[in-house]
Design a protein around this ligand. Structure first.
Ligand code: NAG
Ligand code: NAG
Ligand code: NAG
Ligand code: NAG
Ligand code: NAG
Ligand code: NAG
Length: 564
């Protein structure tokens, strides 16, 4: 008998659910003073005016549960403001479209779909993710969603279609000014010449700042708020003809967002409830020399030092003192003469490359060295990025090398650059300079040996500690091997990793793994996971706190994945 009544209760529940504040229905349109509030109270949708003096009104979504000035994450009618707000109304048509109209019944903004009128009734709902979706009452799938039409902001778990069938799809377009949501000059999206491989911030039609080239290395940033630790992971994934960009966050990040602002700055931000303000996790451009091609050809923006500056690539010297014309070769390449390739690590590799498909690393190297006009190459295996038909990524360069960057540690990749004479030639010509240096080094080595003998006991103790940690975390000894590789991280991995975010693992311990040992940056094991085949470690590095860890001064770090 009880079972018999269940459908009725269910219907009652549904009908009361439909009247709740997070929904727009045929019978309940949204007018000027109404707002929809997502179920958990995180987001609100309604009409807003950016300034009190300006009489332009927009339909938008903002954070409902944070205090202070509204942070708008989405605007429907950014280029068609409403001037008589009292008459504005958002409705759902019987054709399942949403329509924003003014007093004269003019459509200011509509959604599109291919549903014929007269079918099942549609409703729209504002979700706690910040996504505003149109659904049919008899189906779970969405007909339309605001996540497919971003303004200037990407929210967690929002899948942005960067390219479709090799063509640029969705871009972010910045506001025109701090109080002007209309489409500004700056935009950010896939680069048309290689939309799956790199993203670009544009100033109008001119490149402004370029991302790293997709290389299978997960570039991540993290925020550590004294007692709550969390990370923000960026992911690229390829599904069928679509290539997507997405980021996810682990618990502890209150509200994270990526925003392209009206000055052309692309930032990842997190809401800090203690400071009641947005904390910057990372930003791009990182420096003046990080702007597109600003260092000139054959020069790179060196971001490893405290003051970023243009530098010449190995084998090059400045064309003039100010680097405005870049760098020139110290010794010209001659096709008939022997040349060799120097390896430059941690680079943001240059723009204007040729993508040679479906070849191995060795074939890629041969492709470049066998062709006189090839001056550099770079290689990556993108098998971790998802269902890519061709996971090899061989890039070669023939002209000038522009817009190069050098990062500390995990961000960049190897660039193999062709130089004129062989290292052997160089050695014979410089032997006179090198000899006295060698003598000095020998003397220093003797001094060092004495010092090492003194401190051996101390070092042994550290070595034992390290071994113990490795045995604890690993069933194999492969971590010690040189055969390391980076990989993308799935959301499950993130969850798994963040379970391990205990303070004891984060601060005060370090020195794991000889591969990444560096004097200036501390590394900390922040998570581990043993799946069937691989043993994975997450290392944090560049942990810094201003001025010291406390509730009000969050620590931040970059973390990366290490697969053995
Ligand atoms: C308000 O701002 C919009 C967008 O910048 C502009 O087009 C409009 O002219 C402004 N209106 C007033 C009354 O200042
Ligand atoms: C849908 O709306 C249009 C005009 O808005 C009307 O002509 C049509 O009869 C409606 N169809 C149904 C099935 O209600
Ligand atoms: C963007 O380009 C315009 C010219 O197209 C220029 O006036 C402006 O200074 C540029 N903005 C930045 C931040 O470089
Ligand atoms: C962090 O500490 C504050 C008070 O010091 C407490 O209210 C909050 O719940 C803590 N957060 C976590 C995630 O432990
Ligand atoms: C060398 O590479 C360039 C650019 O990819 C190409 O146009 C040219 O045909 C190649 N030359 C040879 C001999 O393969
Ligand atoms: C890329 O890496 C995967 C997994 O390590 C491997 O199976 C595949 O053969 C590699 N592809 C190329 C082109 O090297």
């Amino acid at each position: 008998m009880a079972m018999h009544y269940t459908p009725i209760f269910f219907l009652l529940f549904l009908s009361s659910f439909c009247k709740s504040d997070d929904q727009l229905t045929r019978t309940k349109p949204l007018t000027h003073d109404d707002i929809l509030i997502s179920k958990g109270g995180d987001f609100a949708l309604g009409f807003f005016s950016p300034t009190s003096s300006n009489k332009s009104f927009y339909l938008g979504i903002w954070y409902h549960s944070i205090p202070g000035p509204r942070t708008i994450v989405w605007v429907a009618n950014r280029d068609k403001p409403i001037t008589t707000p009292s008459s504005a109304v958002l409705t759902i048509t019987n054709g399942s479209q949403m329509v924003l109209s003014d007093s004269k019944g003019h459509n200011i903004w509509t959604t599109t779909n291919n549903i014929v009128a007269g079918g099942p009734e549609a409703f729209a709902v504002l979700l706690d993710s910040g996504n505003f979706v149109v659904r049919l009452s008899n189906a779970k799938d969405q007909m339309w969603q605001s996540f497919d039409h971003p303004t200037d902001t990407i929210l967690p778990n929002m899948r942005v279609l960067v390219s479709y069938k090799g063509q640029v799809a969705v871009s972010l377009v910045a506001w025109k000014g701090p109080d002007d949501p209309s489409s500004g000059d700056f935009s950010c999206g896939g680069d048309p010449s290689s939309p799956t491989l790199q993203r670009m911030i544009w100033n109008g039609t001119r490149p402004y700042c370029r991302s790293n080239v997709l290389n299978g290395v997960s570039v991540t940033g993290g925020v550590h708020l004294s007692n709550a630790s969390s990370v923000l992971f960026e992911t690229s994934l390829s599904l069928g003809d679509g290539f997507y960009y997405m980021f996810t966050v682990s618990g502890g990040l209150t509200f994270a967002r990526l925003t392209l602002d009206y000055t052309g700055m692309f930032r990842s931000l997190n809401w800090n409830p203690h400071l009641s303000s947005w904390t910057v996790i990372s930003e791009s451009p990182k420096a003046a020399c990080d702007l597109y091609a600003s260092c000139g050809p054959f020069s790179y923006c060196d971001l490893t030092g405290t003051v970023p500056a243009c530098q010449c690539l190995d084998g090059f010297e400045p064309s003039d003192l100010k680097f405005s014309r870049g760098c020139r070769r110290k010794e010209e390449l001659k096709c008939d003469k022997q040349s060799y390739f120097v390896t430059l690590p941690w680079m943001r590799i240059p723009d204007k490359f040729w993508h040679v498909k479906k070849i191995s690393f060795n074939e890629c190297a041969a492709e470049c060295s066998s062709n006189c006009s090839c001056i550099a190459y770079a290689y990556a295996n993108l098998s971790s990025v998802g269902a890519m038909a061709d996971s090899s990524r061989c890039l070669i360069w023939t002209g000038e090398l522009v817009d190069i960057g050098k990062f500390s540690m995990n961000y960049g990749e190897n660039l193999y650059l062709r130089l004129a004479n062989t290292p052997a030639d160089k050695r014979s010509s410089t032997i006179k300079i090198v000899l006295p240096i060698v003598a000095c080094l020998l003397l220093l080595t003797c001094i060092a040996l004495v010092w090492i003998c003194k401190h051996r006991g101390k070092m042994r103790k550290k070595e034992t500690q390290k071994k113990m940690m490795l045995e604890y975390f690993s069933t194999s000894n492969e971590l010690e091997g040189e055969n390391t590789e980076f990989s993308f991280i799935s959301f499950e991995d993130i969850l798994s990793a963040t379970n391990m975010f205990a303070d004891s693992n984060l601060l005060g311990r370090g020195g794991f793994g000889k591969v990444y040992k560096r004097s200036q940056t501390k590394q900390h094991l922040v998570g581990q996971r043993n799946d069937s085949q691989n043993f994975r470690f997450w290392y944090g590095k560049n942990i810094w706190c201003k001025p010291e860890p406390s509730k009000h001064y969050p620590c931040r770090w970059d973390i990366w994945l290490h697969v053995t």
